[in-house]
Design a protein around this ligand. Structure first.
Ligand code: NHR
Ligand code: GAR
Length: 211
């Protein structure tokens, strides 16, 4: 059975979706860089080991990343899953977990890398938005893509309403992506995402709809 470590910074609803998905892996630990992360208590209540490694306790990003990797490696994690983890990771950390580190990002990458994706999407009046699960590389939010979900942007949307619509899809695609990883169905080979079995998308999303 593969072992995964989940990194969070806050609410932890994606972590919760992963815990509830009965994935074919052991969730070795949930680690947060913020002691106040709401997700920690949910994980602890499920009997999952938790740890806090506060970035504020380290003079540099590199020092923080070394401390973080040390704890992750104590759990002998096969995969490291970023679930609302809010610290940019050094190239050294990323290369240590090459092909074993994934993130969920709240936009249809490569659009809207970085922060405040929903507000920027609304500002631009785009009609389709979504989320992306990708392997993490040193190039922020530009790693090879495993799966994406698209949602319509509706005319009365606020940041809250739109982020909630995207989040529902995050909770569906992230467990699927982690399941594929644990089953060896998806992997990173020579910088590209490879599936063992070909996958098909279901249908087109047209937004606003045709009449
Ligand atoms: N690290 C690398 N090297 N590559 C990626 O693709 C990464 C990464 C670390 C995190 C998640 C990402 C997202 O999905 C992620 C992808 C944080 C920031 C950020 O600006 C940007 C992107 C992501 C996560 N963080 C600030 C920082 O200075 C702190 C912001 C805060 O604490 O609120 O690290 O969006
Ligand atoms: C999610 O929408 C996730 O995609 C996003 O933050 C939210 C975390 O929610 N991630 C990032 O923005 C990473 N920079 P959660 O803590 O409830 O999973």
């Amino acid at each position: 059975m593969k072992k995964i470590v989940i990194l969070i910074s806050g609410r932890g609803s994606n972590m919760q979706a992963l815990l509830q998905a009965q994935l074919p892996c052991t969730i070795a630990a949930v680690i947060s860089n913020r002691a106040s992360a709401e997700g920690l208590s949910f994980a602890a209540a499920q009997g999952i080991p938790t740890a806090v490694i506060s970035h504020q306790d380290y003079p540099t990003r590199a020092d923080f990343d070394v401390a973080l990797a040390k704890v992750i490696d104590q759990y002998q994690a096969d995969f490291v899953i970023l679930a609302g983890f809010m610290r940019i990771l050094t190239p050294e950390f990323v290369s240590h977990y090459c092909g074993r580190l994934v993130n969920i990002h709240p936009s249809l990458l490569p659009a809207y890398t970085g922060l405040h994706t929903h507000a920027r999407a609304l500002q631009d009046d785009i009609k389709i938005h979504g989320c992306t699960v990708h392997f993490v590389t040193a190039d922020l939010d530009h790693g090879p893509i495993i799966i994406q979900a698209a949602v319509p942007v509706l005319c009365d949307d606020t940041e809250d309403v739109l982020s909630e619509r995207v989040l529902l899809e995050e909770h569906r695609v992230y467990p699927q992506a982690v399941r594929w990883l644990c089953d060896g169905e998806v992997s990173l080979i020579e910088g590209k995402v490879k599936f063992c079995h070909q996958k098909q998308a279901s249908f087109a999303l047209i937004s606003p709809g045709l009449e």
